[in-house]
Design a protein around this ligand. Structure first.
Ligand SMILES: Nc1ncnc2c1ncn2[C@@H]1O[C@H](COP(=O)(O)OP(=O)(O)O)[C@@H](O)[C@H]1O
Ligand SMILES: [Mg+2]
Length: 270
């Protein structure tokens, strides 16, 4: 173990919650081959909570986020142990339907990744394959509702049949959020969702995150401490695969308990 972790025992602050828990991880380790990337993470994420995950590049934020909807399953050498519970279900249970899980725990990526299809079809795809609607009128309604919730409806309502790839980056990212919402997820994971966007598009996504948190649980990885401070209720600080500290966002940024957290937020490394 690295010298910096001599004497390190467990996460400081408040990683677990007494009530209103949406997702829980317990003793989660992740290995890539014989290299360990995540060490024994215990963390709860609350209903209607925005949880920000921050930490230096390579500390395991994306790896940990991807364990929450089994996105790491696609990486052959990746091995995950421990428990991850979503509303009472262990998501690594052998009976878990992974396609259904990824509808319940949707994901928005760093670079907007709309399908090379129309705006309408991007949003309609999920409800169709999951059999959530039977009639065209119902599908139209689901598409409109998702686009409205992602605050992009007014910009696209007159060109739903046009290719999604013709939208600006910020519009594409909101479309990807609409696509995620269209299948009624319980949790939305976002991995640096604004890092490819300009400041105005970023501000729109941040406003949207605040609106969405009324109905969804959101876990967002960000390299921007300002963004974490603006959008999240709780913040989790990772360092070299360990979850060092978790707490209310204003506390993490004003009165962190752990020296590593303090060093990071005051810009001593990153
Ligand atoms: N697909 C992969 N194969 C092997 N190692 C990986 C893979 N993805 C990430 N890692 C390693 O896991 C560690 C954590 O990476 P990552 O989760 O991407 O960190 P972050 O998102 O915080 O920058 C790093 O050491 C990285 O090199
Ligand atoms: Mg990452």
């Amino acid at each position: 173990m690295e010298a910096v972790f001599e004497g390190w025992t467990s996460t400081v602050g408040k990683p677990t919650m007494d009530s209103d828990v949406r997702m829980s991880t317990r003793n989660v380790d992740v290995h890539y081959g014989d290299k360990q990337a995540i060490y024994g993470v215990d963390l709860d994420i609350g209903k209607n909570e925005v949880l920000a995950m921050i930490g230096p590049s390579g500390c395991g934020k994306s790896t940990f986020l991807r364990t929450l909807n089994r996105m790491n399953d696609t990486i052959d050498i990746c091995r995950i142990t421990g428990d991850i519970i979503l509303d009472g279900d262990n998501i690594y249970d052998k009976h878990m339907d992974v396609v259904n899980l990824r509808a319940r725990v949707g994901m928005v990526f760093q670079k907007p990744n709309p399908f090379p299809k129309s705006i309408y079809d991007n949003v309609a795809y999920g409800p169709k394959i999951h059999g959530l609607v039977t009639r065209r009128a119902e599908l139209d309604e689901v598409v409109e509702t998702a686009l409205r919730k992602a605050s992009i409806w007014d910009e696209v309502k007159d060109r739903l049949d046009q290719p999604a790839t013709g939208l600006s980056g910020g519009q594409q990212q909101r479309l990807c959020i609409a696509r995620t919402i269209a299948v009624s997820p319980e949790v939305i994971l976002m991995d640096e969702p604004c890092s490819a966007l300009d400041p105005i598009a970023t501000a729109r996504i941040e406003e949207l995150i605040a609106e969405l948190s009324e109905n969804y649980t959101i876990a967002i990885v960000t390299h921007s401490m300002q963004q974490a401070a603006r959008v999240s209720h709780r913040t989790a600080y990772f360092h070299l695969g360990r979850l060092i500290e978790v707490g209310k966002t204003d506390k993490i940024f004003t009165a962190p308990e752990h020296k590593l957290t303090e060093d990071y937020i005051t810009g001593r490394f990153g």
